[in-house]
Design a protein around this ligand. Sequence first.
Ligand code: 5AD
Ligand code: SF4
Length: 442
Amino acid sequence: MNDLRVKIITYGCQMNEYDSHLVASELAARGAHLVETVEEANFVLVNTCAVRGKPVEKVKSLLGQLRKEKQRRGGRFVIGMMGCLASLEEGQAIARDFGVDVLLGAGAIHKIGEALEKLEPFWDVGFYPELDEVVPPPPAGALSAYVTLIRGCDHHCTYCVVPRTRGPEVSRHPDLVLREVEQLVAAGVVEITLLGQNVNSYGKDDPSYPDFADLIRQVAALGVRRLRFVTSHPMNFSDRIIEAIAETPAVGQYVHLPVQSGSDRVLKRMAREYRRDYYLERVARLREALPDLVLTTDIIVGFPGETEEDFQQTLDLYDEVGFDAAYMFAYSARPGTPSYERFEDLPREVKIERLERLIEKQKQWSLERNRAWIGREVEVLVRGPAKEEHWALGHDQSNHPVLLPAAEVAGPGLYRARIEEASPHMLFGKVLEPALAGSVSP
Ligand code: 5AD
Ligand code: SF4
């Protein structure tokens, strides 16, 4: 594989970022060279997302360009597609249209080496338990890293493709998780994010494994300075988990808990399994245990059948909770999902208009919540220069994005800072001192 020059292009969520790193490590271990651009590459691998129509369109347009590149090079160019879209028939049809040579579903990505040893096209959309046994090496020089805890999802939200793309929940063996975390800590990583479609369900599929609450404690005990996790489901967010967060300083007081809608009627049609009151009760319990809680969420607007009144209930719920931030989406009808089969899509204008109103609400709340941090001291993990000139970008222990004056920052690392200003999307701070000797690389 010495003449293999690979460019990996990643769409989608953190799980895909982790998977791309895993595949890159497998390829590097087999002698392939990882390159920065398509021009330098003779193999381009696209890690795909299928959760909404937009990422699918992006993949199609990229594959169109790659097909042209392949023609230009007289066929001496390999196109690969992996991840969620590759797991769906929809994606496999796209792959055939665009002349994809190597296709690996989200549960078969570790087969990348095998795929490239064969000279003929290679397609595999199976789910293999061995995938969980791969422990990728720490990303070079990184201060933050991801660790997969659990793959797949046992919920059946009617709008979602993930149960089909990533299969049922399978927890990774705790020894592998802990070994991976140990290696990251030893390599100087200060922030670890535990990943899964539903991390709260960790260990449910194997009675010999710790549950998520105990695993948080075990991981933190390895010396992780900052510990995060995504994503959670309100039905599985137990009191035990809340207690474990409260008792584990490394976790901080940040929780991402998708609500999706504030209307019981819509939640029922989404098959979210809980109702509005239940969600509010979880939030109350969280705030009791974590008085400085920074709470973020995911919301879908314009789900089929959502009336103006239903939407008002989502706006009201936003006011009742006062989220710090939210990822907001217009419903996207995905072929093969129950809601696509059963319900009629609302007009696009209705969805967009509601999304705009929700974004307005979110901005007001984020500004108010962010302003409450002015004057407070935080610890910022600086990643590097910000898009905005003269600023460095990082995030604090509650996951707020924070800008610090570039002149006060020596390089990526941890800094203590005081928050001086706030906008709806950002906190602005002043550096007090580097927070951890050795973490700052000039
Ligand atoms: N349409 C719009 N948003 C969706 N999400 C998942 N499926 C869809 C869909 N079909 C959103 C949910 C989920 C986030 C990752 O993406 O809010 O929490
Ligand atoms: Fe990630 Fe879901 Fe998109 Fe798959 S479909 S890449 S799991 S967001």
